[in-house]
Design a binder for this molecule. Structure first.
Ligand code: HEC
Ligand code: HEC
Length: 252
């Protein structure tokens, strides 16, 4: 019995030791917003193009280029993605440029630019689904997507997106990015990429994404049909981050 208690004390110690550095991220002052602003809007010499050229001067992304909204995204998540692009753990399979761009930034510059995009609080109304439909994009059904986000698809083993990404996909903690208010085209593309992901490392011509910790998103996306993906993306892009009656969303 004594031995058991000792063992669990050791286990407890080990977990707290493992958890602390990750938790501390949220409280660290991470990057220099002013320096990040300059990188984002102007780029760096010939090596790094201005992020604004593809992600928009307001950081809101663009459906015609398939680029994501970066504005107000979770800072540690942005940093992780830039690190993963730099190390080729995640491959950009939309415009094939993020790996070179992230690789040309120093670790400090990645922190600075992450701090800057996180500081952009412009309200976002979501992709214009009617316009996308007119442009020939295959757009899903908002109310069906709402059910998936809130309840999952229990019959097919799909968990509620909300259980990790929080209310309307507004993000939770350092690990779970905001997916509500994200661009439709980008959401759809990422869900397809996670679904195509397997557990072997990415390759340059691979249309998959497999940099999610413990294959969490690959397991979720594996159970989604084409229709489910379009429906979830349609709801998420227009999903508001505050509850009705309480216009203030919690701080990310
Ligand atoms: C040539 C266009 C282009 C430029 C310039 C560009 N990006 Fe991107 N970026 C993209 C595309 C396309 C994606 C989506 C990649 C994918 O499909 O995986 C992306 C994805 C990202 C992501 C992942 C976001 C997420 O939600 O996971 C981050 C972070 C990012 N870019 C940051 C930057 C920063 C910082 C810069 C400037 C230093 C920059 N990008 C410059 C096109 C661009
Ligand atoms: C068990 C937890 C969990 C559940 C449930 C979950 N996700 Fe995720 N999701 C994650 C994590 C963790 C990441 C970040 C992956 C990374 O760090 O690269 C993520 C990333 C994503 C991304 C990429 C965001 C970006 O900016 O590139 C999308 C899109 C997404 N999830 C959609 C969904 C949808 C839709 C559902 C519901 C059908 C869902 N997720 C359910 C954990 C979860």
């Amino acid at each position: 019995m004594k031995r058991l208690i000792m063992l669990s004390a050791v286990a407890l110690l080990a977990t707290s030791w493992m958890v602390t550095p990750a938790m501390a991220h949220g409280h660290e002052s991470l990057g220099d917003v002013a320096k990040g602003h300059k990188i984002f809007q102007e780029g760096i010499g010939d090596d790094v193009p201005a992020c604004a050229g593809c992600h928009g001067t307001d950081g809101m992304g663009a459906d015609d280029m398939g680029t994501p909204r970066l504005a107000y995204q979770v800072e540690t998540y942005i940093r992780k993605q830039l690190e993963d692009f730099a190390s080729k753990k995640r491959m950009d399979n939309t415009m094939y440029q993020m790996n070179d761009i992230a690789g040309a930034l120093t670790e400090e510059q990645r922190r600075d630019v992450a701090a800057y995009v996180h500081s952009l609080r412009t309200p976002f109304l979501g992709s214009d689904l009617d316009q996308l439909r007119e442009d020939g994009e295959d757009v899903g059904t908002v109310y069906k997507g709402k059910l998936i986000v809130n309840y999952g698809i229990p019959d097919n083993g799909v968990p509620a997106c909300k259980s990790c990404h929080a209310y309307n996909g507004r993000s939770a903690g350092n690990m779970f990015p905001a997916i509500g208010g994200q661009r439709y085209v980008y959401l759809k593309h990422e869900l397809e990429a996670f679904r195509a992901g397997n557990t072997t490392p990415s390759s340059e011509d691979d249309a998959s994404r497999d940099n999610d910790p413990m294959a969490i998103m690959r397991h979720v996306a594996a159970k989604l049909t084409d229709e489910d993906i379009k429906d979830a993306a349609a709801y998420l892009t227009v999903a508001k981050d505050a509850t009705p009656g309480n216009p203030a969303a919690p701080k990310r």
